[in-house]
Write a protein that binds this ligand. Structure first.
Ligand SMILES: [Zn+2]
Length: 157
């Protein structure tokens, strides 16, 4: 009888530890504007926190097609796999899909347009917008992302 009690206690306490870990992992990153200004460059702050837009062009990651992973430039969350990057000729890095759960979608009615803004699900940093003119053979979506909002890490193989 005693043994069972001890075992139950052990299991229960273990489960609550796991639950605590999960809560920690899913915790949103909430920083103040001042804290973000300390971490980010002025350009990163403008794009990620003030919802700015990189000027279009061939610079940055627009023409990067190496194998690897794209991370959030603010919080390092994994956002896009290089397998989903494609040449859209729109002047910004474009992806037809994102890593599951990494992106939040928000309605954006600024500039007299109805668009869907995409943000990092972890820190709510502004990434860009999503459009329905992506490759039809895959998702049909175009995740149009600012180079400033992401960081590319090349894979070794
Ligand atoms: Zn982030």
């Amino acid at each position: 009888m005693k043994k069972i009690f001890i075992l139950t206690f052990f299991l229960t306490s273990n489960f609550s530890l796991i639950a605590q870990e999960n809560t920690k992992m899913n915790k949103k990153l909430n920083k103040t504007d001042t804290e973000w200004k300390e971490i980010l460059s002025p350009q990163q702050y403008h794009i990620l926190r003030e919802k700015g837009t990189d000027r279009p062009g061939d610079f940055g990651y627009t023409n990067t097609f190496d194998k690897g992973t794209y991370f959030c430039a603010a919080c390092n969350a994994q956002l896009f796999d290089s397998d989903t990057k494609y040449e859209s000729h729109c002047g910004w890095p474009s992806f037809d899909d994102a890593i599951k759960g990494a992106i939040h979608f928000n309605s954006d009615i600024t500039l007299g347009m109805v668009r869907t803004e995409i943000t990092c699900a972890t820190c709510e940093g502004h990434l860009g917008h999503i459009f329905d003119d992506g490759p039809k053979e895959t998702t049909g979506k175009r995740y149009c992302v600012n180079t400033t909002s992401i960081k590319f890490v090349k894979s070794n193989n």
